[in-house]
Design a protein around this ligand. Structure first.
Ligand SMILES: O=P(O)(O)OC[C@H]1O[C@](O)(COP(=O)(O)O)[C@@H](O)[C@@H]1O
Length: 335
């Protein structure tokens, strides 16, 4: 990588002026996520060698069996953010309730809350398939100097000040936005530095890839079944090709670079789908929209949904604008 390529650290400092009332707090926060991700990356990379795969025997609030790496990643992100005293609260897929961070002088002066899925795609850890971390950052809405409340976390996604993911794949990448476009940074593991490898990522208006777990086909709403038929018909630029990794970060990342649509709909057994609004769908929706794409629950823009619970689930249609609009057409036709 030529030395002229910007490092993530340089990029964060260089773009600090983008943030309204910039005190450097948000930059330090993104830097801390960068640091925690490096620590987690190290464990993920050697997962096959050491006894860090498999379950710990506990289940999280979603009733999912917690993987050792889930727990490890959760601890590392919470520790790193807590030790750097830059957030007033953290919510995580692996924690039943939000965590209050009092801050340096125990006076609740910090401005930001973070919502995180420490290790997404955990069902793929044991089989060495790409997994990821997803993060979402908001400015608190309750007064500084008072303890953070649930209200600070239950904000509509359009209020996010930053969102991103880290993908632990063939290479490790951090992709994020602060509302001024989307940039991707690749980790050079030899020196532990992220470099700006994917500047200003733009998602194609349409693509030829659809990503959905067709194993659930019979449980899908009619609108989704009709859209899948549409994708598979030999007409115009179709049939599209089916690609599904089963790791949200990896599926969305591929579609961001190649064009495509990812769908995790409601089903007859899961009326709100599987994915969590606050730390899976909202951050991915902000990234995809910032890259020119679209994200909805089939009817409503994801970023306009008013959250009511920390771990609520929503149906998710996300990707190339024209493909999501077509899928919404089929959903709305079926009502
Ligand atoms: O196996 P399914 O039902 O297709 O679900 C896969 C989806 O669930 C997820 O694994 C989310 O769950 P986790 O965050 O618990 O891993 C996504 O990454 C993925 O897209």
């Amino acid at each position: 990588m030529s030395s002229k390529v910007q490092t993530l650290g340089e990029f964060i400092i260089g773009n600090q002026s983008e943030f309204a009332y910039s005190t450097g707090e948000l930059s330090r926060l993104i830097n801390s996520i960068r640091l925690a991700a490096k620590v987690v990356n190290h464990e993920v990379n050697k997962a096959g060698l050491v006894d860090i795969t498999g379950a710990v025997g506990d289940t999280n609030i979603q009733g999912e069996e917690q993987q050792k790496l889930d727990v490890y990643a959760n601890e590392k992100f919470i520790q790193t953010l807590t030790n750097r005293e830059i957030v007033c609260g953290i919510a995580s897929e692996e924690e039943d309730d939000f965590i209050t961070i009092k801050g340096h002088n125990k006076d609740h002066q910090n401005k930001y809350v973070v919502l995180i899925d420490p290790l997404d795609g955990s069902s793929n850890i044991d089989v060495n398939i790409s997994v990821g971390t997803i993060f979402s950052i908001y400015r608190r809405i309750t007064p500084e100097g008072t303890p953070v409340t649930l209200k600070d976390f239950l904000q509509p996604g359009r209020n996010q000040v930053a969102a991103g993911y880290i993908m632990y794949g063939t290479s490790t990448m951090m992709v994020y936005t602060t509302g001024h476009g989307v940039n991707g940074f690749t980790l050079n593991p030899a020196i532990g530095t992220y470099y700006l490898s994917h500047p200003n990522i733009k998602l194609a208006e349409t693509g030829k890839i659809y990503s959905i777990n067709e194993g659930n086909y019979i449980k899908f709403p009619q609108g989704v079944k009709n859209y899948l038929k549409y994708c598979q018909l030999e007409e115009e630029d179709r049939p599209y090709t089916s690609r599904y990794i089963g790791s949200l970060v990896a599926d969305i990342h591929r579609n961001m670079l190649k064009g495509g649509i990812y769908i995790y709909p409601e089903t007859s057994t899961a009326p709100n789908g599987k994915l969590r609004l606050l730390y899976e769908c909202n951050p991915m929706a902000m990234i995809v929209e910032q890259a020119g794409g679209k994200a909805s629950d089939g009817f409503t823009r994801i970023l306009d949904i008013q959250p009511t619970e920390l771990h609520q689930r929503v149906p998710f249609f996300c990707g190339s604008k024209k493909m999501v609009e077509k899928a919404e057409e089929f959903m709305q036709k079926e009502g």
